[in-house]
Design a binder for this molecule. Structure first.
Ligand code: SF4
Length: 264
């Protein structure tokens, strides 16, 4: 169970101008509403929950460590450095990738970006000042830091967590509050629901019912990873979408396309 106080978190070993980063690179967004768009990905370190299917185990612990930075956009010619990075340096690194090929936006992902509170707030502010659209990829649990970013986020891609899939105990009421706060920031917002072979169809129905009708709901069939070894079958995915569509008008199924094409 998480403790979503949203209080600023001081990463161990980091000063107030530093931020924990696992990797920075340019790639094709493979999920949800911006699928196919070219983005600079900034993977921040640390997450407040542990989903069974998480494919970023190296980014979960909130502590200093190695960080890899792509030198040439899309070429995976990594430079190894140490995290935390100065926030100004991180903005420079992002800018160098941004300038090399046309990018649609910047994906702040993780881990859970909001875990680094005021540091992420500062980063988002600096990126927005430069006119770069920022997409926040979030597990939808830390409300206060999100509220402080009002007006500076272009997109919020929020996970709705289902206990029957991730085996975490994220509070539905916290997620509902978060979703309301995301919409209030002015960002284009959607929700993503990872569905697996044991997904409780009633939970998908409840999640769909909780999403405002104006936003899109993306069902994302689980890609096996870690202890989550089985994807849902095609009949299951069809049934889940049919149930969700009986409740919500905008439900699309989008698998992780970046994995299908061998991208990061
Ligand atoms: S919220 Fe995201 S980063 Fe955190 S454990 Fe779950 S899948 Fe991994």
């Amino acid at each position: 169970m998480i403790g979503p106080t949203g209080a600023p978190v001081a990463p161990p070993g980091a000063g107030p101008k530093d931020i924990l980063v696992t990797e920075v690179f340019s790639a094709i967004q493979g999920e949800a509403a911006l699928v196919g768009e070219r983005q600079v990905f900034v993977r921040l370190t640390g997450c407040n929950i542990r989903c069974d299917y998480c494919d970023q185990p190296e980014a979960l612990e909130r502590r200093p460590g190695p960080c890899r930075i792509e030198a040439t956009a899309g070429r995976r010619d990594w430079t190894e450095t140490s995290s935390p990075l100065g926030i100004d340096r991180l903005v420079d690194v992002i800018g160098q990738l941004w300038a090399q090929v046309p990018h649609h936006s910047i994906s702040l992902t993780g881990g859970e970006p909001l875990l680094q509170g005021t540091r992420v707030e500062k980063l988002v502010g600096l990126l927005a000042e430069r006119g770069w659209p920022v997409m926040l990829e979030t597990n939808g649990t830390l409300v206060p830091p999100l509220k402080r970013m009002a007006g500076r986020l272009a997109y919020v891609s929020m996970d709705l967590k289902l206990r029957s899939v991730d085996h975490e105990t994220v509070s539905p009421s916290t997620q509902a509050t978060f979703l309301g706060a995301a919409l209030a920031t002015g960002a284009t917002t959607w929700v993503k629901v990872v569905v697996g072979p044991d997904t409780d169809i009633a939970m998908v129905a409840a999640a769909s019912a909780g999403a405002p009708r104006a936003i899109e709901v993306f069902l994302q069939p689980l890609t096996p990873f870690g202890v989550a070894t089985t994807a849902p079958g095609p009949d299951q995915v069809l049934a889940l979408q049919e149930r969700a569509l009986s409740i919500h008008p905008r439900v699309r199924v989008v698998p992780q396309t970046h994995k299908a094409i061998g991208q990061l």
